[in-house]
Ligand binder design. Structure first.
Ligand code: DQQ
Length: 572
């Protein structure tokens, strides 16, 4: 784990690296090969993903004028037949044009009206008075499966902020709408009033005229979070399978015992994705969550890294729910301007409810596996990792890879004691060089995007603890040594979760792609996504290692790693 190089050598490398910065930007070293990103400029939130006439659509917040957040944000638009290979359409689907969206077309969703298969975009307009209002748009030609052109509804704005209830400049991001058993359409809009975040519920008979729900318009109110951005509300099945279900309440009402609902909010003050699992009583417009947002490690989050403003949709083709999320840059704005681009979308994830009904599971959609290069694959079986060992995984392109590993655990009884019921996992992991410290069961895991001498490395690892309530697993991604550059954000990201005392093995899947590392722990129960900007560990000079710094041996019962082929991105 120790780098060989002295501080002087490092600073030479840094200054060479900085001299070479321009080259790095020109060569687009940090661009990805299989993650979604436009050819240039700034992208943030995924908007209105949907499946329509055999085609997947992804819209996204886009600044056509540069690599920073813009004064006139548009909806970029790309289409795909498989969610992995994409056609970027040349024209945005929505751009500021009217008094109700002249300062920007902000985030929103799509809804397909089942009776006539008519898609609608519901989006936020930043209007001429800098208030936020909700607008509708319809495809000009619904027969065109690419839905290239969109017409704004003549009655826009369709919804304006309810005065006194929410701030007019913080009222945005409508969800996909759904029809209740009473035949009325419903939609949620995110809002804030001071520090109170709100999910406001509206009703409509005709999708065009909307009024506050007469039953319970303050659908969910959370104090202390600031703006409730990009709410997402969807049903999930408690059936132990990955199958999804759509927002069609007439068909799911009677089966409430096998259905739960998820309300996800993008917690602006923390820039993270929190979610609640609960029961939805459609007739009363009531959502009774079974968990809470407490600001502690007990909270449920979609991802514990940099993953924000997510949006899910029901994929009719495969009967699954798919989730998109924006992964922002952690370099400087100046870098983004030099690179000419900023922002990625995480690999779309299938999302389903764990069979215990308590939390969501997430996994990269299966189609991603078709990019695995079977000629550049490495497998390791039954390899014991003794205390302090590091094993190189050679034979793949470690800067563009998919790695799946299962670690067999020793008896948990010997694990270190973690004294408090409520720990902040990020603080635990931020303890200096945490991945390199000697523990008992762990730290063990991967060193991704590592330079040959390990000067640069991103450690993704687990440590098992005994806690007052049983056993817990700490999962962490440590960016503090991810780059020799000083000007990029390098911190630790972590989560802790209870595990069964009989747990015999734990799994990790990590997707590595130039400047993004997405990790899925324990079969998709916890996710940590990050951005890294190595100077040395790039392209062919990137390496991958497995390590164990715990005194107890852990065994790699199975490791498979593949170089990943490039996804196809074309402009049309
Ligand atoms: N980004 C959009 C807003 C949303 C925020 C603007 C979340 O609509 O609340 O680009 O990242």
């Amino acid at each position: 784990m120790e780098p060989n190089s002295s501080e002087n050598a490092s600073s030479n490398i840094i200054s060479n690296g900085i001299k070479n910065n321009k080259m790095i930007h020109e060569n687009h070293l940090y661009r990805t090969s299989y993650h979604f990103q436009p050819q240039q400029n700034w992208m943030n939130d995924p908007n209105g993903p949907m499946y329509y006439k055999g085609v997947y659509h992804l819209f996204y917040q886009y600044n056509p004028d540069g690599a920073t957040f813009g004064k006139k944000m548009v909806w970029g638009h790309s289409v795909s037949y498989d969610l992995i290979n994409w056609i970027h359409l040349n024209h945005p689907s929505l751009q500021p044009s009217h008094h109700y969206d002249i300062h920007g077309c902000f985030s929103g969703s799509t809804t397909i009206i089942p009776s006539n298969n008519q898609p609608f975009i519901f989006y936020t307009g930043f209007d001429e008075t800098k208030h936020q209002v909700q607008n509708l748009a319809m495809p000009k030609n619904p027969q065109d499966p690419f839905l290239r052109e969109w017409i704004k509804h003549p009655q826009n704005p369709i919804i304006t902020a309810p005065i006194g209830l929410v701030e007019q400049e913080n009222f945005r991001d409508p969800t996909t709408a759904w029809k209740g058993s009473d035949g009325k359409w419903r939609v949620i809009v995110g809002a804030r009033n001071g520090d109170i975040g709100k999910a406001i519920l509206y009703h409509s008979d005709d999708f065009v005229n909307w009024k506050l729900s007469p039953n319970n318009h303050e659908f969910y109110v959370i104090d202390g979070i600031g703006m409730c951005e990009c709410p997402d509300f969807f049903p999930v099945l408690i059936d132990g399978t990955k199958h999804g279900v759509d927002l069609d309440y007439s068909s799911v009402q009677d089966s409430n015992d096998v259905i739960r609902h998820v309300l996800k909010i993008s917690y602006q003050n923390k820039q993270q994705e929190y979610y609640l699992v609960g029961k939805y009583v459609c007739d009363e417009d009531k959502f009774v969550a079974e968990n809470k947002i407490t600001g502690t490690s007990l909270d449920l989050k979609l991802d514990h890294g940099e993953f924000y403003a997510s949006k899910s949709f029901f994929d009719y083709a495969k009967k699954r729910r798919v989730l998109w999320g924006w992964v922002k840059e952690l370099d400087t704005e100046q870098d983004d301007i030099l690179k000419g681009w900023a922002g990625l979308q995480a690999i779309p994830r299938q999302v389903w409810l764990h069979e215990n009904g308590k939390w969501l599971m997430q996994w990269p959609i299966e189609k991603l596996e078709t990019l695995r290069d079977s000629d550049n694959q490495v497998s390791i079986f039954a390899h014991k990792l003794v205390f302090g060992s590091t094993l190189q995984v050679s034979g793949i392109t470690a800067s563009q890879a998919d790695v799946e590993v299962v670690f067999e655990l020793p008896e948990l009884e010997s694990a270190e004691w973690l004294d408090s019921k409520e720990v902040d996992p990020q603080i635990v992991c931020s303890d200096k060089e945490y991945a390199s410290r000697s523990g008992i069961i762990g730290p063990f895991g991967l060193l991704a995007l590592a330079s040959k001498d390990l000067t640069e490395q991103t450690a993704i690892f687990f440590t098992i603890f005994r806690t007052p309530n049983g056993f817990s697993c700490l999962m962490c991604t440590d960016l503090t040594r991810s780059s020799l550059r000083q000007d990029v954000h390098k911190t630790t990201y972590a989560t802790i979760f209870a595990i069964d005392s009989n747990l015999k093995a734990i799994s990790l899947r990590t997707l590595i792609d130039g400047s993004i590392i997405e990790s899925f722990g324990e079969k998709g129960r916890v996710c940590i996504t990050n951005r890294v900007y190595p100077l040395l560990a790039t392209e062919k000079d990137a390496h991958l290692y497995v390590f164990n710094n715990g005194k107890q041996n852990v065994c790699i019962s199975k490791l498979n790693a593949w170089s990943m082929k490039r996804a196809k991105f074309v402009q049309q």
